[in-house]
Design a protein around this ligand. Structure first.
Ligand SMILES: Nc1nc2c(ncn2[C@@H]2O[C@H](COP(=O)(O)OP(=O)(O)OP(=O)(O)O)[C@@H](O)[C@H]2O)c(=O)[nH]1
Length: 353
């Protein structure tokens, strides 16, 4: 496989209906860093209007995908569009764009789109997925996040969450929304977007989807947002149905986040056993997996990153960025019980499944 040395940075912009995606996009493309970004807008329904709201003319680097929602019916169109635009927006072999932003519909489940973006070989050769940005409307979020599975999944898979319309929400609601977001996704930074205006530095720092290859971004990973890790080494998992641990559960949601740390270094063999069992058995229920593992005999950590059933090649780093040597694992899951998950982790503790 030939991978272009200049893969184009790709951002997935999602967020529930009316949560401020287009407003954000319009501010985004005003910034010099995004002045040559190509925008792909997925529109749904007979009266597609979104592209008209983006302050660029259609000829100028806006592509519409309007035959259906890219999370289900038009994923093939997305692949074709991404491969076609390379020549469509090029002159004399030079591309007229240097970044791509894909805006989903408000009802899209981003996980299958992410899987396509990461696993399709042609896309992988040309594009580098930087991350998923999710807009959350502070006024309506408590309702949408409790009612709509797509809204929850949009938050759960985000690498950066932008809280919109905070100017219209009272303090109490804002606090509750932030708590709810944290329950669904404790690792993504949450930032305010005021009428689409937000600090773009967080966006430009996104580099989370492909495995971390160097120590600098790893420091962000190691912070893991506000995640609270519970030790996995002290209490081997039993088949007890009691789940009194500290999984972060959004009330009756089926989406949960589990964060573990392991004190003792693990073996490579144990990792292999763990991964062999993990993905075939529960890949569909794993929205995200992030793990930084202290492996016996390795001077630096091994980094594992997965989106649904897709696991990126592991990255082996040469050294640790700080003194913390504990292995850390974060799982964002849908319809997966703590018991099932912990059972799958037993090989990491040297125990049989
Ligand atoms: N007060 C306020 N209004 C906002 C803010 N961000 C967006 N809006 C308004 O919210 C409405 C919806 O914003 P859009 O950007 O169209 O939302 P969207 O997510 O693209 O909407 P869909 O494409 O329909 O899903 C518009 O009227 C925006 O002006 C904000 O931070 N504050």
């Amino acid at each position: 496989m030939t991978i272009s040395s200049q893969r184009i940075p790709l951002y997935l912009l999602t967020g529930f209906l009316g949560s401020g995606k287009t407003t954000l996009l319009n501010q985004w493309i005003k910034d010099p860093a995004f002045s040559k970004a190509l925008v792909i807008i997925n529109e749904f329904g007979e009266t597609s209007l979104d592209h008209l709201l983006v302050s660029r003319s259609t000829e100028e680097q806006i592509v519409e995908l309007s035959n259906g929602c890219i999370c289900c019916t038009t994923r093939g169109d997305l692949v074709k569009t991404l491969t076609d635009i390379s020549w469509r927006f090029s002159r004399n072999g030079i591309k007229s764009f240097d970044r791509v932003i894909i805006e989903t519909t408000g009802l899209a489940d981003p996980s299958p789109i992410l899987s396509t973006l990461i696993s399709n070989q042609k896309i992988f050769q040309q594009y580098k997925l930087q991350g998923t940005v999710t807009t959350v409307d502070a006024v309506n979020a408590l309702h949408t996040l409790s009612q709509y599975r797509e809204a929850k999944r949009q938050v759960a898979v985000a690498d950066l969450i932008l809280l919109t319309k905070q100017d219209l929400a009272d303090e109490d609601t804002l606090t509750q929304v932030q708590q709810h977001i944290r329950q669904l996704n404790p690792t993504a930074p949450v930032q305010i977007s005021d009428q689409g205006v937000t600090a773009l530095s967080a966006l430009l720092e996104l580099d989370h989807v492909e495995p971390v290859q160097s120590v600098t971004p790893l420091t962000n990973w190691l912070n893991f947002g506000s995640a609270q890790f519970e030790p996995l080494n002290s209490s081997p998992v039993t088949s007890s149905p009691a789940s009194t641990g500290n999984e972060i559960s959004a009330h009756q949601d089926t989406i949960n986040t589990y964060c573990y740390q392991i004190t003792r270094p693990v073996t490579l063999f144990a990792i292999q056993l763990w991964l062999d069992a993990l993905l075939p058995e529960m890949g569909h229920q794993l929205l995200r997996v992030k793990a930084i593992l202290n492996v016996e005999g390795f001077p630096g950590p091994i980094v594992i990153h997965g989106v649904q059933q897709l696991l990126h090649p592991t990255a082996v780093l040469t050294h640790w960025p700080n003194d913390d040597r504990q292995s850390k694992l974060v799982f964002i899951t849908d319809q997966l019980s703590r018991e099932q998950l912990e059972k799958s982790l037993r090989p990491l503790l040297g125990l049989k499944i």
